[in-house]
Design a protein around this ligand. Structure first.
Ligand code: ADP
Ligand code: MG
Length: 724
């Protein structure tokens, strides 16, 4: 066999007949991919898997012991059945084999091994369908009972059994054998990490780590190996992100020093900037003036005044004739941003800068005019949705891209917009607080700026859960309270998880919240029915109650939104289209129906829509979720704290990893095997420091070809994402 390396094709190492099914089941084609297919857990011989509560209908792998096996003739047909029971010492599982009499001998009492198959239930008893098994003493380490030395016996009993993610065609032990063959064939595993670093961090070499994780002799072997591999995942990812950021920051870009336009704007502001706005603004002002592109993530609570910070940056860029693009995740939000930009600029500045709105649904003539204005440089501010990234949009001199609600966009989209200019500065904004570890991983190429301070005079928001089943009276009181607010001149939002009865819940553009909750017989609260119900309530007679949802035509949505902003609509019944950024200071109350259907961050965003003016905000989370359920816990958590950062952590615990770190956002290895952003924060931060130090020393990684190769691969992956 030729020299086998990590890049070698697996077929050449274990043969096509074994390699094909691995490719089909897991997409494994190379030795490296094989070795990164890591055991899910480790069992110990003698330590049996609890058989109670196995998931019916799923493929499982268990360690168990044969209790008994019997053979009998079938009654209706010719042939025999071997039936065996295996046990964990408490429960049992039945295995059935047709016309395989030799099984009786194999399945002798007390033998232990791994059993795999699909769990089914038959007459109240659990069975394994199409069972497959392998006994522990069938390999070359058979303890010949009596002759066995005591030490060897102990080693045998302690040897962990790796249990791999498996399928019906590819049982765990077949995968284990393939991994072992790959390990045996490997001549040498060059380690991309510098030896010094390995020693300083007490890490295993790559080869030793693969050995330990696939062929451990004791538990500490796989634990050490897992730690080493996990560190590598964190390090490689951070190195790639940092390298990328350094490269982008080293590119030449037009310096955009502040000037008269920004001064004019600041002197016309009806309020003082908050301390945080000033501080963050100063950093941005300084970086925009540098001859290299800025890449910043600005995070701050809803209503903390991020949009204003962004607008000031746009004015600075406009000074030298540069253009800015403000990208928003929904049409409603884009239109609203556009309106507030125009308003904040005032007539004079607006006439100078000619802001335009670009969305996918605008009339052709209007769109053409806007595009022309951008291409000629006449318009220096463009606000829009994804439509801004489309091919027809060209800028005369794009100097800054601002991305609102960054968490709705992936790295790839940021990249697509960046390519519309010659190294424009990038300011991404998010009101969904991102825990530091996630920020480092998902947005590791952006340096974070944070606004923690809210503008003065905010009266805060009170949040309560209204359990409709337990407290029907209180639920009825919700509507009375809403009518009182409306009568006092305030406005009310009512948010529902669905648009209309029978429609799929939560189908808004850009939706990303988990849709889960108690299974109730009644349909989900929806916009259409709620509008009718509220209009029918006598206390709302004489007030305007209107609907707003993502499926309405753009102009219609705009009309409703501006009428609500103007106070002509009193109750706005909507889906989550109003989730982000909508700003109507006169709105004092937010009622969320079936609140348990929304994610934690989403609810936090929703309530941020009220209490933005001089009236205190009230947020009522209505729900039929019962006490003690996760659904109820989630909304209780939202009611209990208004600290977005605390909620973000809670949200993280309740969500699956993939929701936070989609492949498009990770910008790294297509999937992380061991690293968990939720739990490995310290490791990630530490790996980042080390990666940063390494890049300080060797910016081009000339002395570390292995690492340079890893980075090249990650970057190719990113570029593909941007193109796709
Ligand atoms: P965010 O985008 O962070 O949610 P916005 O920029 O939309 O917040 O600001 C929310 C509201 O607060 C807007 O009406 C804005 O005009 C106002 N605002 C912003 N900064 C200040 C400030 N320093 N003082 C008073 N009001 C402010
Ligand atoms: Mg905003």
């Amino acid at each position: 066999m030729a020299n086998v390396t990590l890049d070698s094709l697996l077929t050449g190492v274990i043969g096509g007949r074994s390699a094909k099914p691995l490719e089909k089941a897991f997409g494994i084609t190379t030795v490296e991919e094989m070795l990164w297919h890591l055991p899910r857990r480790y069992s110990r011989r003698g330590e049996l898997t609890p058989l109670r509560g196995l998931p019916v209908g799923e493929q499982v792998t268990v360690v168990a012991q044969v209790l008994r096996a019997t053979s009998r003739q079938m009654q209706r047909r010719r042939g025999s059945i071997v039936e065996a029971q295996i046990t964990d010492g408490v429960g049992t599982l039945t295995l059935t084999f047709f016309n395989q009499p030799y099984r009786l001998k194999e399945l002798s009492k007390d033998r232990q091994g791994i059993f795999a198959g699909k769990v089914s239930e038959y007459r109240g008893a659990y069975q394994l369908q199409n069972p497959d098994y392998e006994f522990f003493d069938s390999d070359d380490e058979v303890p010949g009972a009596a002759q066995l030395e005591e030490a060897a016996a102990k080693a045998w009993a302690e040897k962990p059994v790796p249990i791999y993610p498996a399928t019906a065609q590819m049982p765990s032990w077949t995968i284990a054998r393939a991994a072992e063959m790959a390990l045996d064939a490997l001549t040498e595993v060059p380690d991309p990490l510098p030896g010094e670093l390995l020693r300083a961090e007490g890490l295993l070499s790559l080869g030793a780590a693969f050995e330990g994780v696939h062929r451990p002799r004791r538990d500490s072997d796989w634990r050490d190996a897992q730690h080493s591999l996990k560190f590598r995942e964190a390090f490689d990812l951070q190195l790639a992100l940092l390298h990328r950021r350094r490269q982008q920051s080293a590119e030449p870009s037009t310096p955009r020093p502040p000037g008269a336009l920004l001064e004019r704007f600041d002197s016309s502001l009806p309020f003082e900037l908050t301390g945080d706005q000033r501080q963050v603004g100063a950093v941005i002002a300084e970086e925009l003036a540098l001859p290299h592109p800025m890449h910043r993530l600005l995070q701050g609570e809803v209503g903390s005044g991020k949009t204003l910070v962004a607008l000031r940056a746009m004015l600075q860029v406009a000074e030298s004739g540069g253009q800015s693009a403000l990208l928003a995740p929904t049409e409603v939000l884009a239109s609203q941003h556009f309106r507030s930009v125009v308003e904040a600029l005032g007539p004079d500045l607006a006439a100078t800068l000619n802001p335009v709105l670009i969305t996918g649904r605008m009339p052709t003539a209007e769109r053409r005019r806007a595009l022309l204005s951008l291409a000629s440089g006449n318009s220096r501010i463009a606000v829009g949705t994804h439509a801004l990234m489309s091919e027809g949009v060209t800028f005369y001199d794009l100097g800054l891209t601002v991305i609102d609600e960054q968490h709705r966009f992936g790295v790839d989209q940021r990249e697509a917009l960046r390519q519309k200019g010659a190294q424009p500065h990038v300011l991404a904004m998010t009101a969904t607080p991102i825990p530091r570890t996630v920020a480092l991983t998902a947005f590791g190429d952006l340096e974070t700026l944070t606004i923690r301070e809210l503008p003065p005079g905010r009266l805060g928001i009170e949040t309560f859960v209204v359990p409709e089943l337990e407290m029907p009276r209180r639920a009825a009181r919700v509507w009375e309270r809403a009518a009182e607010d409306v009568a006092a001149g305030r406005q009310v939002y009512v948010v529902c998880p669905a648009i209309s009865g029978g429609a799929a819940p939560n189908v808004e553009e850009g939706e990303d919240a988990p849709v889960e909750g108690p299974e109730t017989k009644r349909p989900l609260a929806n916009v259409t029915d709620s509008v009718a119900q509220i209009r029918a309530m006598p206390q709302f007679a004489g007030f305007r109650v209107e609907a707003l949802s993502g499926d309405m035509p753009g102009p219609e949505k705009d009309r409703i939104m501006s009428e609500f902003a103007a106070g002509a609509i009193h109750v706005l019944v909507a889906t989550t289209v109003i989730e982000v950024g909508v700003n109507v200071p006169n709105a004092s109350m937010m009622i969320v129906r079936d609140a348990d259907r929304f994610g934690v961050s989403q609810l936090h965003q929703l309530r941020g829509r009220v209490g933005r003016g001089s009236h205190p905000g009230l947020c009522l989370l209505m729900s039929v979720a019962e006490q003690g359920t996760t659904a109820r816990e989630r909304i209780e958590a939202v009611a209990a704290t208004s600290d977005g950062f605390v909620l973000a952590e809670i949200d993280l615990e309740l969500r699956r990893e993939g929701d936070i770190l989609g492949t498009a956002q990770s910008g790294g290895r297509s999937t992380l095997k061991l690293l968990r952003v939720t739990h490995d924060g310290e490791l990630i931060a530490h790996a980042r420091e080390l990666a940063d130090a390494l890049l300080d020393e060797d910016p081009q990684l000339a002395g570390h070809p292995g690492l340079a190769a890893i980075i090249a691969r990650e970057e190719a992956h990113l570029e593909n994402l941007a193109k796709s």
